[in-house]
Design a protein around this ligand. Sequence first.
Ligand code: UDP
Length: 146
Amino acid sequence: MREFAMIKPNAVRRGIVGEVISKLEKKGLKIIGMKLLKMTSSQSKELYKEHVGKDFYEKLIEFSLSGPVVALVIEGPRAIEITRHIVGKTDPLKAMPGSIRGTYGLSVRKNVIHASDSEKNAERELKIFFDENELLNYELDYENDL
Ligand code: UDP
């Protein structure tokens, strides 16, 4: 199973990219794709297309284009469930302490990281940013030792 995640522009500006990735790594998740990029308007609109028409939509698009982001693909059993658990709830003030949003987030819009909410959306969203040949197949150090 594959999950798409994206570290948002405020987290890049705050210099916490390493800490956010570290939380994913420490949980045991395997990153199989990663790139620093500035989204194009069409990439942002494709990523957030299910939110068209909502009151927060325009500001969300504007924020997402305000600076570089880090796009990530995570692979493994239950990758979506595990990633969303460590990411935490949309509102950082309701996210569990210790989760990424609970630790670093302040506002709902600038909630540090995006993580796809279903297998269908993860596959659709990762294809906005990655070609298949950019996703790497490897084993984590302990993967076959347990
Ligand atoms: N968002 C916002 N205002 C809201 C709700 C959501 O700005 O009232 C933003 C927020 O950045 C969130 C994104 O829109 O991460 C997508 O919203 P969704 O409900 O899909 O939350 P998520 O799956 O990211 O937790």
